[in-house]
Design a protein around this ligand. Sequence first.
Ligand SMILES: *Cc1c(COP(=O)(O)O)cnc(C)c1O
Length: 345
Amino acid sequence: MIDLRSDTVTRPTAAMREAMARAEVGDDVYGEDPTAERLERLIAEITGKAAALFVPSGTMGNQIALLCHTQRGDEVIIGEGAHCAFYESGAGAAWSGVQFEIAGRGGLFGPDELQEVIKPPYDYHPRPRVVALENTHNRAGGRVFPQRDVRAIAEVARAHGLVMHLDGARLWNASVATGLSVAQLCEPFDTVSICFSKGLGAPVGSALCGDAETIVRARRFRKMLGGGMRQIGVLAAGALYALEHHRARLAEDHAAARAIAEAIREVPGASVPEVETNIVQVDLPVAAGELVAAARSRGVLVGASGARRVRVVTHLDLPAARVAEAAAALAAATREVLTRGATPA
Ligand SMILES: *Cc1c(COP(=O)(O)O)cnc(C)c1O
């Protein structure tokens, strides 16, 4: 089976496992894990922030950021379908007690759309507090948030005293797609959550980056949520290995995604928006489950991301030599579900 449900399904390579096995470790809750410290210093440098904290998941990174920035009853402004509101089990409401306001439509938005939803300070309004952007945007089909818009949004946010948080689970992909450095992409933000276990292919982990004072508070919230872990050098070593060896190759994932999109686009009736990174979105006139099942029977696993929408994600474990095979199987499966039951002309 070729598994293209997500870029989280990758397994650590033999060389990565070796690096993990050799890692120097200590008790990180005592602040004594040298490999975790090395990773935190490096990721702070890469994102251009003063400090960083290794966290077990991107969800925890986002949620700790909300805990750091908000009080109960505050409002967090997001794009439609944001992971921190859509895929984190209601954690924003459960832990921070915040509510979400959506700016624009489709996930990405501009400064005017932000301005429109910022509520003026009255006692009867929730207090707008954070603008949380996602780059690349998962439910928008892996689209890159244009940096010009990010900067303009940050200006509006600052004028209203709002904090800027970036869910950069796939920021590595945005960097490769735009040619901008990760630090450049992070510059307009106060805090950034960035993932090692998506495209980079490490088995576990994300980092939350920001100023030193915020990260001291974040460390306490991590402990509070049960994310204080002990000899995490084995995990940090996987992330360090991924940073060194798996970043540049993300361009191959983007090329593979484009090849798959082109093959499916040839099937009349399937709508495939332009691919910007490693996510292919297929919009169908039939239930998504039909294509998921047809693809499975041809040896490719994909997922439904809407009633009539299928998501295909390319990654490290899709070898270049099998891209054409995956593309052909998905195109054939799409043709099969779209011609099924159709009256012959
Ligand atoms: C995967 C992902 C996360 C983090 O998910 P975890 O599974 O908790 O690591 C956060 N944001 C986005 C946009 C993601 O795609």
